[in-house]
Design a protein around this ligand. Structure first.
Ligand code: ADP
Ligand code: MG
Length: 304
């Protein structure tokens, strides 16, 4: 798989503190990479280094297979980092035109195209001061798309939006990825927003990457299981294997077994264990949800 972005021990130090600390992330072509971390975790700093807006203290960044990051490479990336500023008395189209000329991007038709891509084509005559926050955010994304980037980096694009605005941005991100094949890196401090769109998730905490995992693997990890509380886990696991043919299980902790298969056969598992003199204190089907998973990882509240 072609990697569009890789970082190698990427580090940023402010006043002797590594706010980004030996970070190794990998974004493959086609990914929607969810870059998840609490406020202050180091997301914006990382993104600024990737975009060449903040100096790297140590480590390396590789974009499109190159570690020489001149404008040619940044020209293939679009980004929206800070809250997008616009001339409020001008229309969205006029704002984009100013940006296009300032940046020296060719082709005026790119404006129409960008407005179409973000679903703002029909509000051409409207001044930005009459835009909702969600529309401004979409206009900011349109601006980031003007030069037809292959890779789009959005720093907390749903910040401050209401649930409808959040959903619109989410659908837009998915559409840009699916329909236009744009690889995305989306940062967020809200797990529930990321999990609905990411194909891969990187979790940053205090500047460190705690985990990088494909979403489908994560779901595997967070699947349903039967939890068994028994007095003798060694004996119970022997019975699970020998008498019930169950191999997909773990001894989670002393006396606690998680069985990931034959979920509808709890009664039979219970009966078989009991008849083999294993005391079963608890048996129930449950799921280790994503929320639990992240809380365990970051050791904090659910607002990751
Ligand atoms: N210019 C700066 N000077 C000093 N400290 C900074 C600067 N920018 C960010 N930081 C600190 O770096 C840490 C990470 O910040 P940031 O990358 O903005 O986190 P996030 O985007 O995940 O909320 C925070 O503790 C923040 O206070
Ligand atoms: Mg930030």
């Amino acid at each position: 798989m072609e990697q569009l972005l890789r970082t190698y021990d990427l580090t940023k130090t402010y006043k002797n503190v590594n706010v980004v600390d030996k970070l190794n992330i990998n974004v493959a072509r086609g990914d929607i990479y969810g870059f998840l971390g609490k406020n202050g975790a180091g997301k914006t700093t990382t993104i600024k280094m990737i975009m060449g807006l903040s100096k790297v203290t140590s480590g390396e960044i590789e974009i499109f297979g190159s570690k020489v990051l001149d404008d040619k490479y940044h020209g293939r990336i679009g980004s929206l980092i800070d809250y997008p500023g616009f001339y409020l008395n001008l229309t969205g189209e006029e704002n984009l035109e100013i940006h296009r000329r300032m940046m020296g991007f060719a082709g005026k038709d790119s404006i129409n195209k960008a407005l179409e891509m973000v679903g703002l084509k029909n509000i051409r005559g409207k001044k930005v001061k009459h835009f909702s926050l969600g529309m401004k955010q979409r206009l900011g994304i349109a601006r980031a798309l003007l030069h037809h980037p292959e890779f789009l980096i959005l720093d907390e694009p749903t910040n401050g939006l209401d649930p409808i605005g959040i959903r619109e941005i989410r659908e837009l991100i998915i559409n840009l990825n699916k329909q236009y094949g744009i690889t995305m890196l989306i940062s967020s401090h809200i797990l529930s927003e990321i999990q609905l769109l990411a194909t891969k998730i990187g979790i940053i905490h205090k500047g460190r990457l705690l985990e990088e995992i494909r979403y489908d693997e994560l779901q595997q990890r967070n699947r349903h299981y039967i939890q068994l509380k028994v007095d003798n886990d060694k004996k119970a696991s022997f019975i699970l294997e020998e008498k019930l043919g169950i191999n997909d299980y773990v001894i989670w902790e002393d006396g606690l077994i998680r069985v990931y298969e034959k979920l509808s056969e709890g009664w039979n598992i219970n009966k078989t264990l009991v008849s083999s003199d294993v005391k079963v204190d608890e048996i129930y089907v449950t799921i280790d949800n994503l929320e639990d998973y992240f809380i365990r990882l970051t050791g904090g509240d659910s607002d990751v």
